[in-house]
Ligand binder design. Structure first.
Ligand SMILES: [Zn+2]
Ligand SMILES: [Zn+2]
Length: 132
């Protein structure tokens, strides 16, 4: 496997092949994560010291999900940002999407970086060995 190979996407919900599906993130989850981050920032910035307990209280990020066509039909985001898997089939394509998404105000409220890191590790373990 190399970075040019097509990623074997698996559905986050049923675990099956996600061919023909989408990568999606719920607008509702993104708004909740943005709100929680704002509150968290306001609380921690008003404190003199940042302690360990604050880290554990850090708000969760909105999660990118992979959905196969069947799970997509049944899914309940009630509105989400979607990228067709055919349009992000390789790590290079994902990197191009990252450049596009980086300009969105809500990019930082999502787990994109961790998500892509995991995809890269699973897809090309020998290339990412030792990278943290
Ligand atoms: Zn599925
Ligand atoms: Zn969705």
């Amino acid at each position: 496997m190399t970075a040019g190979d097509v990623i074997a996407w698996r559905c986050s919900r049923c675990g099956g092949s996600a061919d023909g599906g989408v990568l999606h993130i719920s607008h509702r989850d993104v708004r909740a994560a943005e709100r929680a981050a704002k509150e968290w920032n306001a609380t921690t910035q008003s404190k003199e010291a940042f302690d360990l307990a604050d880290i554990f209280m850090m708000p969760a990020l909105a999660q990118w999900q992979v959905a196969c066509p069947a799970c997509m039909r049944a899914h309940n985001c009630a509105g989400c940002y979607q990228i067709e898997l055919g349009q992000c089939a390789t790590l290079t394509a994902l990197l191009r999407w990252q450049a596009h998404l980086y300009d969105k105000s809500w990019f930082g409220a999502t787990n994109w970086v961790g998500f892509v890191h995991r995809v890269a590790q699973e897809h090309a373990p020998h290339e990412t060995a030792g990278v943290w």
